[in-house]
Design a protein around this ligand. Structure first.
Ligand SMILES: *Cc1c(COP(=O)(O)O)cnc(C)c1O
Length: 393
């Protein structure tokens, strides 16, 4: 469709495949297979792999394809493959392109399951992985070498919200011919400039801002047509990480409202961060678009807004953090993010429990740190709830 459309128009109209009935809302093609007019037609379709026809829903499905085309258009990527979860997308991006003997450089501050794939899975198959402090460009320069196959990073780290200078890391990586693979969940698809800044492969957990209403798991790998069709697709279609057509329909509906939702959530996040900064019960307020953020300049350059998550370090450690969480009446204790409902989590005892104290300390995940995902509630009500609960901490 039109390349000139602005983001919000693409999110409503891009990728639509209308059936002969002319339905307004995208149809759910809840079918695993497709019939052929003849034996010859079946043969031809199997030969023409990659052509715009469907064979089996593990390979592709019209509803899923609508979602893939819409999110690819938004991201400015040539193509996309949707997956059953964000982690299926991360796993496929890495496993589809790596083999024994390859070298990968990754930032250390990663979502727990991403760290598991890099640290435990890839290394079992003979891939060498070097970890660096992603915010220190000298460490990236020192770690890459001729023949480094890929670099992996989260542009904004969970839950410390460190921001990595993507353009600079991409330059370093491309200097040795490495593919730049980015988990861009915290930047959100709305504020992403990942492709423009040099990412070759971009991954989203659609579970987060794309659904945005806490209903379904999903993920997507975005990249060049060559990477998606020749590298990712063969791996994905044979290993079975396909997104279901029903989920794709939920995600299409999510995309229609995503820009409005995420901008409202980011506005609330900035306000909450600003109002809580300096509070006597908090030792730190972390938000990429607060001036006090260590990578404020990079965050301003790289992200149109600071995202929808604020991290708070509660003075008084875990007991105080638990008192704070338990005193909240509006903000719910859970571990999703990007949801319409504001959600808070204590990473040290939940999402990052698997790491030892030492590893957590190295990543800046102290016992008082809480991660707050701002939802769509009225910001006044959220500020009041948070301020009242802080008194209980
Ligand atoms: C949630 C998340 C994932 C995993 O996504 P799922 O849909 O839960 O599999 C990966 N990376 C980041 C940064 C995330 O926040």
């Amino acid at each position: 469709m039109s390349k000139d459309w602005k983001a919000r128009t693409k999110l409503v109209h891009e990728g639509i495949r209308r059936s002969d009935y002319g339905e307004v809302s995208e149809a759910i093609f809840l079918t695993q297979g497709f019939v052929y007019e003849s034996a010859e037609a079946a043969e031809a379709r199997f030969i023409g792999a990659g052509s715009d026809e469907f064979i089996y829903a593990r390979y592709g499905n019209p509803t899923v394809r609508m979602f893939e085309e819409r999110i690819a258009a938004l991201e400015g990527a040539e193509d996309a493959f949707a997956t059953a979860s964000g982690m299926a997308a991360v796993n496929a991006a890495l496993m589809s392109m790596l083999k024994a003997g390859d070298h990968v450089v990754s930032s250390r501050a990663l979502f727990g399951s991403c760290l598991y794939i890099l640290e435990e899975v890839l290394t079992r198959f003979g891939v060498e992985v070097s970890f660096v402090d992603g915010t220190d460009l000298d460490q990236w320069r020192a770690a890459v070498r001729d023949g480094t196959k890929a670099v992996f990073l989260e542009t904004v780290a969970n839950p410390t919200l460190e921001v990595i200078d993507l353009a600079a890391v991409a330059d370093i990586a491309h200097g040795v011919g490495a593919t730049v693979i980015v988990d861009n969940v915290f930047a959100t698809p709305v504020f992403s400039r990942a492709v423009e800044l040099g990412a070759d492969v971009v991954i989203y957990s659609a579970t987060k801002h794309i659904d945005g209403q806490g209903r379904a798991l999903g993920g997507v790998v975005l990249g060049t047509r060559d990477f998606i069709r020749k590298t990712a697709e063969p791996y994905l279609k044979h290993t079975g990480a396909a997104m279901s057509p029903f989920t794709a329909w939920l995600m299409l509906k999510g995309l229609e409202t995503m820009d409005l939702r995420v901008r409202a959530q980011a506005e609330t996040a900035l306000r909450v961060a600003g109002e809580l900064e300096g509070h006597n019960k908090l030792s730190r307020v972390l938000y990429p678009h607060l001036r006090s953020h260590p990578q404020y300049a990079v965050a301003r350059r790289q992200m149109g807004a600071g995202g929808t998550v604020v991290s708070l370090d509660i003075a008084g450690g875990q007991p105080a953090a638990f008192r704070f969480l338990n005193a909240l009446e509006l903000v719910t204790i859970s571990n999703n993010l990007g949801d319409a409902k504001s959600i808070i989590t204590h990473p040290a005892t939940t999402t990052h429990q698997r790491l030892g104290d030492e590893q957590r300390a190295a990543l800046g995940i102290g016992p008082g740190l809480v991660r707050l995902s701002l939802g769509l509630e009225d910001a006044d009500d959220l500020v009041a709830d948070l301020a009242r609960a802080l008194e209980a901490a």
